[in-house]
Every structure is written in C-alpha cells, then in structure tokens.
Ligand binder design. Sequence first.
Ligand SMILES: [Zn+2]
Length: 140
Amino acid sequence: MTRKMKALVKAKAEKGLWLQEVPVPKIAPDEVLIKIERTAICGTDMHIYGWDEWAQKNVPVPLVVGHEYGGTVAAVGSTVKRVKIGDRVTGEGHVVGRRSRNARAGRFHLDPDTKGIGVNLPGAFAEYLALPEFNVIPLP
Ligand SMILES: [Zn+2]
C-alpha cells in the first residue's frame, strides 16, 4: 500500500495552489526522507502561485511546491552516511547532475542539469520530502 501525505500542489496551469493527498516520496539509496516541520514562503513561490510567465515556462504541472524548510530525518537510503534518523536538517534546493564537465570538476553551480526542489522537482510544502544526501544540511 502506498502511504499518502498532504501537500500543496501546483495542480493546474493557472493561478493558485491546491491542498491534495499525494504519495509519500520513495527514496533512492543516496537519498534522505525528511519529515517537514517548518516551511517559509519564498519569492519564487509567489511566482509559482501567481502563474506568471516565468512559472509557465519553468514549472511542470502537477508539482508539489516549496523549498524553504526544516525538519527531521525520517528515513535514509542504504548508502547515506552523513545523517541518521532523528537528525534535524534543512537542505540546499539546487539538485545538481553529476555527469557534466563542470559537475565532475566540483563546479556544481555551473552544472547545466541542475533542477530545483519545489520548482522542477517535488518540493517541501508537504509532510515529507525526498532529498539527495549531497543536499542535506544538518542543523545544530
Ligand atoms: Zn527560495
């Protein structure tokens, strides 16, 4: 049985956000499942909510939105080493590829395959978020 959670979803290509039930994300071996406890609204979210020209060009529909958040680790993939269940964390929202010349040289900010949590990938205005361990930032 697929576990469900509540999430704010850009469900239609028009102004608005919709509270919906969606599946809890499944994690890959290098990913962390974060139980979201706090979120904040970013300017980007206002563009997505209003469905302006930028949002229409960049945001796939349907998509769980949101990328400013804190929470605790609820599950870890089999290769995750830096965090464990129960750790308080947040995350960097730019999920980079690992194949481009720039990414392989450590210049992740120049990776052309970069995707954004809550912009092109499922986001954090939800009960759970799946995030690569590489992007997870432990909190004190
Ligand atoms: Zn932001």
